[in-house]
Write a protein that binds this ligand. Structure first.
Ligand code: BMA
Length: 332
């Protein structure tokens, strides 16, 4: 195999810990997890399912912080090392020319990508039910909200970090009002970040007898990572057990030019809820990735994932190994 090329700038300062000697899995947890505790803010009930990106000489992020009223809100945060976060106590409010679009109801599960010179935030935005909100910023101070991408109900809107075939591109997961018991990943494109169409089906849940952790619903996680083998996508999958939903995550490789075509898809999970902070919390048994930092020079990746809807965890791996593993274990 020719050498894998990972697109994007090197990121030598990404948070990192070497693989423990007794581990041969493609992903391993940060020894100091949870990296962000639930009570980092004076009135936070929980901080999880959050998005971080390289920013200036460190990192910035948009964090899901539910407060002690249990209201879902977004907050901005900054970090020098990706491990110690200064999350602003005030809620993020988007500026928007149109009050009908900009009216805040709730927001959760943000993703952030750097695209065409702006940091774009997508999140699950309350507008007569959940849909995909979009906003951009250049400084993490002022955020400009644009039209919602889709009609309700939709979740897990994840932008690609560049145009594909001359169009902006986004994955999403049409859903219902509540704790949706179904869900496939779809692909949509837009000429202008306002009008979205050309919808294509990407992936359905897997058959129970083939890969049970992803048999009820699936949703895209972090921004896809571009490599010479295709887009590497981390995605969550849900199993309905006799004791409730269990959220794990795995990986897929999508075609570079037609990302709705799946080239490989992991049968085993990369990470499932197994530690106390993943198994215990406000919603037990949830591992929900929303961001990944990657160093194109070394192939290292750091994945941020929500744990039990309560705290934020970090896991590490090598992209070439994860791609090999995804192909080797593929259920396609
Ligand atoms: C999903 C979303 C996520 C959450 C998960 C588990 O439907 O609401 O924010 O982490 O359920 O509760």
């Amino acid at each position: 195999m020719s050498k894998l090329i990972i697109e994007g700038a090197p990121l030598p300062n990404l948070p990192w810990e070497d693989r423990p000697a007794d581990c041969n899995a493609p992903l391993w947890r940060y020894s100091q997890n949870p990296v962000i505790p639930r009570d980092l803010l004076p009135d936070s009930n929980s901080i999880f399912n959050s998005a971080v990106v390289p920013f200036k000489d460190g990192f910035a992020g948009v964090f899901r912080c539910d407060d002690t009223n249990r209201r879902m809100a977004l907050h901005v945060g900054f970090s020098k090392d990706g491990l110690h976060w200064d999350i602003r106590p005030e809620v993020l409010r988007f500026s928007c020319d149109n009050p009908e679009v900009g009216k805040w109801v709730y927001g959760y599960d943000p993703r952030v990508t750097f695209l065409d010179g702006k940091y774009w935030v997508s999140w699950c935005n309350g507008y007569f039910g959940p849909t995909i909100g979009l906003a951009w910023t250049t400084d993490f101070e002022v955020f400009h909200q644009v039209e919602n991408a889709f009609l309700p109900y939709n979740r897990n809107g994840v932008l690609f970090p560049r145009k594909i075939g001359g169009k902006y591109a986004m994955l999403s997961r049409p859903s219902d009002t509540g704790h949706t018991a179904f869900g496939d990943i779809f692909y949509s494109e837009s000429p202008d970040m306002e009008y979205w169409g050309h919808h294509r089906h990407v992936m359905a849940p897997a058959p129970f007898e083939v890969s049970a952790w992803q048999c009820m619903k699936i949703g895209a996680g972090p921004i896809p990572i571009e490599t010479s083998e295709g887009w590497l996508l981390f995605y969550h999958g849900v199993l309905r057990s006799c004791n409730g939903y269990v959220y794990s995550f795995g990986s897929a490789l999508l075609d570079l030019d037609q990302p709705w075509k799946v080239l490989a898809r992991s049968g085993p999970y990369l990470l499932s809820p197994q530690t106390p902070y993943e198994c215990m919390g406000d919603v037990p048994n949830v591992a929900f990735p929303c961001a990944a930092l990657c160093d194109s020079a070394t192939g290292r990746v750091a994945v941020y994932y929500g744990c039990a809807d309560t705290v934020t965890g970090l896991a590490f791996g090598y992209i070439p190994e994860i791609i090999d593993w995804t192909k080797r274990t593929s259920i396609l």
